[in-house]
Ligand binder design. Structure first.
Ligand code: ATP
Ligand code: MG
Length: 347
């Protein structure tokens, strides 16, 4: 059962800044860094200060309402819920938390039986404390299962609280949202991602240069899980973290090449732009990969004016829409370059 296994695995995880020497243990050497460096305390969780402080209030009062944590992937939602449960329940964590995530069967039967069984079991908690059911990745629950949850939440409200994590709160049915306090998480800032990955580099004694770290941050776009995973893959593959190594591992078009496309279009030089595009396309990147990176490149461009950027983004957005609708062809990207050249000439 999850509650029997998960906490023991987690209790072995190292608090950042803890004992690095124990990495001689072979099990630790193979442990993914995202787990090894998952914060266990609120203080170690970066960013989203407002959301975390709201939750910290619950932890001091002890009385937690039902909550929904909503936000993009890899920003610390699951980590925060686990930290909150640890504070609220202390050494009773193991017996008084039921964790169900998308890998569990979470149809209507689970909601009816497993949650009911858990809610009915007796655990001696201090007055005012509650057992907690964590429904991670709750947006992947079927609607029928969510409907079944409505009553369950009310029936067991005296003894049990629910904590749901999801990427988009719209996928949680309204009646559940109205029973919960919704706490929203945003993407992490580049500064937060930088802080964490350089900390990890230092603890793991990884050699890196600043361009390598910049590349990891650029690819992650505020998703710390992606950043840490990419860091570990780069170190596994090449030992040192440099810009080139990162792009080799992460399989993203090199931003320098993408920038050359944009630079060419801003001067109306369609031939060069298309040649660069063809280069990237021939390396096997999808239209989606290319357009996302074209967008990022324009967004962070140093010399383009604000107006120019906005005009470019409008065109890029339209092409992105078409690509998402299924037109994932070089022709679409080609047409985009033509339009960008036209826009650049107009100004
Ligand atoms: N705010 C943060 N501070 C420190 N580490 C973080 C933070 N966010 C994410 N991490 C790192 O990324 C890993 C994944 O985070 P977590 O599981 O909390 O993401 P999540 O928000 O639940 O994402 P998903 O929506 O994909 O489930 C953690 O184990 C931790 O190493
Ligand atoms: Mg999660």
């Amino acid at each position: 059962m999850d509650i029997d296994e998960e906490p023991t695995v987690r209790s072995k995880t190292k608090v950042l800044g803890g004992d690095v020497g124990s990495s001689k243990n072979p099990a630790k050497l193979t442990q993914p860094w995202i787990e090894k460096y998952r914060p266990v305390k609120f203080e170690d969780i970066l960013g989203n200060e407002e959301a975390i402080s709201r939750l910290a209030v619950f932890s001091t009062h002890g009385n937690m309402p039902n909550i929904i944590l909503a936000g993009p992937p890899g920003v610390g939602k699951t980590t925060t819920i686990l930290a909150l449960c640890r504070i609220l329940l202390g050494d009773k964590f193991k017996d008084s938390v039921l964790e169900l995530n998308a890998s569990n069967e979470r149809g209507i039967d689970t909601v009816r039986h497993r949650i009911k069984l858990f809610a009915q079991t007796q655990v001696s908690l201090e007055p005012g404390k509650h057992k907690i059911v964590i429904l991670d990745e709750a947006d992947s629950m079927t609607e029928a299962a969510q409907q079944a949850l409505r009553r369950t939440m009310e029936i067991y409200s005296k003894t049990t609280r629910f904590a749901l994590a999801c990427n988009t709160s719209e996928k949680i049915i309204e009646p559940i949202q109205s029973r919960c306090a919704v706490v929203r998480f945003g993407k992490l800032t580049d500064a937060h991602v930088r802080k964490r990955i350089t900390q990890i580099c230092d603890l793991e004694r990884v050699t890196y240069d600043h361009e390598g770290i910049d590349a990891l941050i650029y690819i992650a776009q505020g998703d710390l899980r992606t950043a840490i995973n990419n860091l570990q893959s780069t170190v596994d593959g090449f030992d040192t973290v440099t810009q080139d190594n990162v792009y080799k591992v992460c399989d993203e078009p090199h931003p320098k090449k993408v920038k050359r496309i944009i630079d060419a279009t801003t001067t109306g030089d369609y031939e060069t732009a298309f040649e660069e595009l063809r280069n990237i396309w021939d390396q096997g990147y999808s239209a989606e990969d290319v357009i996302i990176n074209i967008f990022r490149s324009v967004k962070g461009h140093e010399t383009m004016t604000e107006v120019q950027k906005l005009n470019f983004m409008k065109e890029i957005g339209l092409s992105h829409l078409k690509i998402n609708q299924g037109l994932q062809t070089l022709l679409q990207l080609d047409a985009l370059l033509v339009r960008l050249c036209k826009v650049a000439k107009k100004k």
